[in-house]
Design a protein around this ligand. Structure first.
Ligand code: ZN
Length: 286
């Protein structure tokens, strides 16, 4: 099952087109995209019965933030073996965790203003929580997941690494620094939910596009179930929470590629879909 935010309303994305969830359910679910996560078990029971009769065409410009107001946004750093190697960081014994503040979330195809010349990309699988829990056992963790999305953890590296203490959450929370989408996909849609693949490509004016990152969640130090288990030892996870799970190798810091006006970065969840962010110069006089 694929769920999108189309013009602010929760929608099922089917081969026949988009189904408006509030209309199809006679108001039992939606239209607020957040409302289905607080009724997740009921929604999952209803969704297969939804009539396809009202299916309509949709386009990329209709896509909003799939989960627009998560109660909590958790993000994990240094979670891929190849990324730790390129950054020269030893394998972590415990999760490295920060937040991205709510206002940085963006619709998948958002245009991103560059606050400096030190903006990097981090292509990541985003997990959406569908069931609350504290101290969730690893073997129960997937039952707390509503779905999977792909996102960018855009990062202003100067602020992120500013001494005396790094400021991860600030450096990663400029407006539109957290686009994700295009949909929330339930885990059963993946051949192997523990080996989800994703990628990012960059188009620079006048140049052939290049692949920046390719990732597979089978390379995580802390796989999705283990990450939920460890996070929930401390934090009570809530319906609608999202977790940025970390980025694989190939970030701009290591490749010497930072974002500039006119660059277009396309993020893809293999077998599901893509979105593209264009970068522009920051409007003056802030
Ligand atoms: Zn990240």
């Amino acid at each position: 099952m694929r769920i999108a935010n189309l013009n602010g309303r929760a929608a099922l994305i089917t081969d026949a087109g988009a189904i408006d969830i509030a209309s199809a359910s006679d108001g039992a679910f939606g239209p607020d995209p957040m409302s289905i996560y607080t009724q997740w078990s009921e929604f999952v029971a209803w969704a297969p019965t939804a009539s396809l009769e009202g299916a309509t065409a949709w386009e990329q410009a209709d896509l909003g933030i799939p989960v627009p107001r998560p109660p909590q946004i958790l993000a994990i750093g240094v979670n891929y073996k190849d990324h730790a190697a390129e950054a020269g960081i030893p394998a972590p014994d415990e999760l490295i965790v920060f937040t991205k503040f709510l206002s940085c979330l963006a619709e998948p195809n958002a245009t991103v203003e560059l606050p400096s010349e030190d903006v990097d990309y981090e292509t990541e699988i985003v997990v959406v929580i569908g069931k609350a829990g504290h101290q969730i056992a690893k073997e129960d963790a997937w039952s707390h997941v509503a779905g999977i999305s792909v996102g960018q953890d855009y990062s202003e590296r100067t602020i992120q690494r500013r001494p005396p203490v790094p400021q991860f959450s600030l450096g990663k929370s400029f407006p539109n620094f957290g686009p994700f989408g295009p949909f929330v996909v339930t885990p059963d849609e993946f051949t192997d939910r523990d080996a989800i693949t994703f990628r990012a490509t960059l188009a620079r004016p006048g140049e052939e596009p290049i692949t920046l990152q390719t990732g597979n969640t089978n390379q995580l130090f802390f796989p999705i179930d283990e990450s939920i288990h460890r996070l929930s030892k401390i934090v009570t996870l809530l319906p609608g929470d999202i977790i940025f799970t970390g980025t694989p190798a190939g970030v701009g810091l290591s490749r010497g590629i930072l974002m500039r006006p006119g660059y277009q970065l396309t993020t893809t969840l293999d077998g599901v879909g893509s979105f593209t962010n264009e970068f522009v110069a920051q409007v003056e006089s802030r």
